[in-house]
Design a protein around this ligand. Sequence first.
Ligand code: ZN
Length: 61
Amino acid sequence: MDENKKSCDLCGLAVEVEGFELKTLEGDKRFCCEGCKGIYQMLHEAQVLQEEADDSKSTTS
Ligand SMILES: [Zn+2]
């Protein structure tokens, strides 16, 4: 079908604005809005890869 148009991985609506993406263990997910991205991130927290790997828990004593 039309594989050029990506649909939101949460609600299924067509993604018309890029930028709401998440990297997960299953690959890149794309969303139609910030809200969908946030909800997906909460629901699949274990699968979402952190893009900014800062040293938040690199406390070695
Ligand atoms: Zn959506």
